[in-house]
Every structure is written in structure tokens, then in C-alpha cells.
Design a protein around this ligand. Structure first.
Ligand code: NAD
Ligand code: UDP
Length: 312
């Protein structure tokens, strides 16, 4: 198949491009390199089945493809808050353009949505039937509401124009190819620990997240893309939940670091807890994550060690 991956030079997108090429597909990676990097896809550049297009999804583009994985969007709070108007344009205009393409060429389109559609949840764990608790006017809204509108657009194009859609809601995912300056908690803590710098815990570190290793996510992504007669939305995440403080202690332990924890202000609207209910994914996709946090961190730490060595 000829497959378009938007955001293909990013953390998740680059793993997706690589795995699709290994499956024998023709892959077109579209990225504007806002948070992605050529480093993530350098090893694919000589492959005849790989094409790279520098393009911003807020502008339309004509292509003929069989499938679209629409992953373009900054995902780290620091990056999506850097230019919030651009972030919401990326989600809304970008998804309209991909839906237009999917409609024109009858391609199957998957949207990478997010657990952020649940906001600061007051139902725990979060099933897909929960409509969420999102602040529409806060500093995270450009991302959360952008993705909520993107989901709405997907559903409306599906109902109105019969576009073949798939919606996944990804929970906190980590692994190699996250940027050094990504700003999300796993990469921040590993990079700080490897440099014996203070580990910046926001708030008291009692807020929770459930961390998923990237390979587990991609297994779920492929199962979802292949599944007939199921459009989602479906949660893809690891239900094992940790406090941010426990994550910091684990990272210090696994890196043998001398770093100390320092406590900084909690950003506004930072969700207090988050854990996916994955019953639907188990039932529909026969999928569940198998890589637990400690094993995933052990696979991720050497990548950051190498990256820091090369940056020095
Ligand atoms: P990332 O920042 O590493 O990747 C995003 C990619 O999209 C980058 O390569 C970036 O340059 C590109 N991009 C951003 N705006 C663009 C635009 N206007 N036009 C073209 N390209 C653009 O983040 P990631 O963690 O790989 O996230 C990928 C997708 O998965 C995002 O849609 C994100 O919302 C979603 N997601 C990720 C997580 C997670 O924990 N990693 C959780 C939920 C949802
Ligand atoms: N966090 C932290 N220190 C950091 C980065 C993040 O304590 O250096 C916290 C953040 O406040 C949040 C959690 O870790 O409670 C996860 O943050 P991240 O940015 O990774 O993703 P989120 O799930 O908030 O989108």
C-alpha cells in the first residue's frame, strides 16, 4: 500500500514510518519539523520505499494514497503552548485537510487523538464513554479542544461523507526518539538524571500518569488500522498508574544518578490523575500492552545517553 504518515519525523511518527517500511509498504512522511527531526528518519532516507515531504498540514496538499496515519501535532505541553493558535490550527485545519484527502481518494484515515480529551478527569479510570472534564479557556485548551474538534470532524465526515475513519486516544507514551528538549516528564527526568542535575517535579509529584512504551502503542495502532467495522474511539495506553514522584525515583534508581528532587509550581490545569480503561481495546482488538515501565525505561535510557554524548 501507499501510506501517508503526517508528523512522520516526530517521536511516534518515525517509529510508525520505520515499521510500515519493514512491512513492505510505500511510505510518504509529511512533516514541517516543528518538533520532529531529520535525525529520527535519517536511517530511512536511502530507502526507495520512503519519501519525505516538508509540508505544514495547516495547508492542503494533493496526494493519492491508500491509508493515512494523521499524527502531525506537537504533543508536549511546552511545545503546544509555545504557539497555541498554531496548535489549534494544526489540529483543526490539519484534520480537515486529511479528511478532504481521504474523502477524495477513498483512503482509510486514522487520527492520533489523546487522553487529553478527558481533561482533568473525575471518572477513574477513563473509559471511552466518558465525555471528559476539559477547561475550554485554559493554557492546555489549544491542544485538548483542538483534538476534541478533530474527533468531531472525523465523526461528521464519517456520517456525512462515509469517510473510512479510525480514532485512537493515546495515553502518555515514551521511548527512544523523543527529543532531548521535548519537555515531557519521562524525557525530562531521564535527561536530568543522566546529567546529575536536579529532577524537576511539578507540584508535590502526587499527580499520576500511566506510561506506555512506544512499541506497545504501535501494536495497537496496527491492529486498529486493520480492524474492520470498528471506528473507535479506542483508548491505547498502559493501565499501570504511577505518581510522578515514583517515576522520578525509578529513573534515579535505573540511571544510578546522584540527582535530587526539586519541587516546582504545578502548571495550571495539570490533570491530577490519568489511567486508561482498556476493556474496549482488549475486546475489539485483542490488544494490551506488555512492556512494563521499568523495562521500557531500560530500553529508553541508552538512547538518551547516546544522544547526550553526541550533543556534547
Ligand atoms: P512529536 O512532537 O514528537 O511529533 C509530532 C510531529 O508532528 C513532529 O514531527 C512535528 O514536527 C510534526 N508537526 C507538528 N505540527 C505540524 C504541522 N502543522 N504540519 C506538519 N507537521 C507538524 O509528538 P509525538 O509524541 O510523536 O505525538 C505524535 C501524535 O500523537 C500527536 O498527534 C500527538 O497529539 C499524539 N499523542 C501523543 C501522545 C504521547 O504521549 N506521545 C499522547 C497522546 C497523543
Ligand atoms: N512533570 C513534572 N516535571 C517535568 C515535566 C512534567 O513533574 O519536568 C509533570 C507534569 O506536571 C504532569 C506530568 O509530569 O503532571 C506529565 O507531564 P507531561 O508533560 O509528560 O504530559 P501530560 O500528561 O501532562 O500531557
Amino acid at each position: 500500500m501507499r501510506i501517508l504518515v503526517t508528523g512522520g519525523a516526530g517521536f511516534i511518527g518515525s517509529h510508525l514510518c520505520e515499521k510500515l517500511i519493514n512491512q513492505g509498504h510505500d511510505v510518504i512522511c509529511m512533516d514541517n519539523f516543528f518538533t520532529g527531526s531529520k535525525d529520527n528518519i535519517r536511517h530511512l532516507m536511502d530507502n526507495w520505499n520512503f519519501e519525505l515531504i516538508r509540508h505544514d498540514v495547516t495547508q492542503s496538499y494533493l496526494l493519492e494514497v491508500d491509508q493515512i496515519y494523521h499524527f502531525a501535532c506537537p504533543a508536549s505541553p511546552i511545545h503546544y503552548q509555545y504557539n497555541p493558535v498554531k496548535t489549534i490550527k494544526t489540529s483543526v485545519l490539519g484534520t480537515i485537510h486529511m479528511l478532504g484527502m481521504a474523502k477524495r481518494v477513498r483512503a482509510r484515515l486514522m487520527l492520533a487523538s489523546t487522553s487529553e480529551v478527558y481533561g482533568d478527569p473525575n471518572i477513574h479510570p477513563q473509559p471511552e464513554t466518558y465525555w471528559g472534564n476539559v477547561n475550554p479557556i485554559g493554557i492546555r485548551s489549544c491542544y485538548d479542544e483542538g483534538k476534541r474538534v478533530a474527533e468531531t470532524l472525523m465523526m461528521d465526515y464519517h456520517r456525512q461523507n462515509k469517510v473510512d475513519i479510525k480514532i485512537i486516544r493515546i495515553f502518555n507514551t515514551y521511548g527512544p526518539r523523543m527529543a532531548l528538549n521535548d519537555g515531557r516528564v519521562v524525557s525530562n527526568f531521564i535527561v536530568q538524571a543522566l546529567q546529575n542535575k536536579n529532577i524537576t517535579v511539578y507540584g508535590e509529584g502526587q499527580q499520576t500518569r500511566s506510561f506506555q512504551y512506544v512499541d506497545d502503542l504501535l501494536n495497537g495502532v496496527f491492529k486498529m488500522m486493520q480492524k474492520e467495522a470498528f471506528i473507535g474511539p479506542v483508548n491505547l495506553g498502559n493501565p499501570n498508574e504511577f505518581t510522578i514522584r515514583a517515576l522520578a525515583e525509578k529513573v534515579i534508581d535505573l540511571t544510578g544518578s546522584k540527582s535530587k528532587l526539586v519541587y516546582q509550581d504545578l502548571p495550571s490545569d495539570d490533570p491530577a490523575q490519568r489511567q486508561p480503561d482498556i476493556a474496549l481495546a482488549r475486546q475489539q482488538l485483542d490488544w494490551e500492552p506488555i512492556i512494563q515501565l521499568e523495562d521500557g525505561l531500560r530500553k529508553t535510557i541508552p538512547y538518551f545517553e547516546e544522544k547526550l554524548r553526541r550533543n556534547m
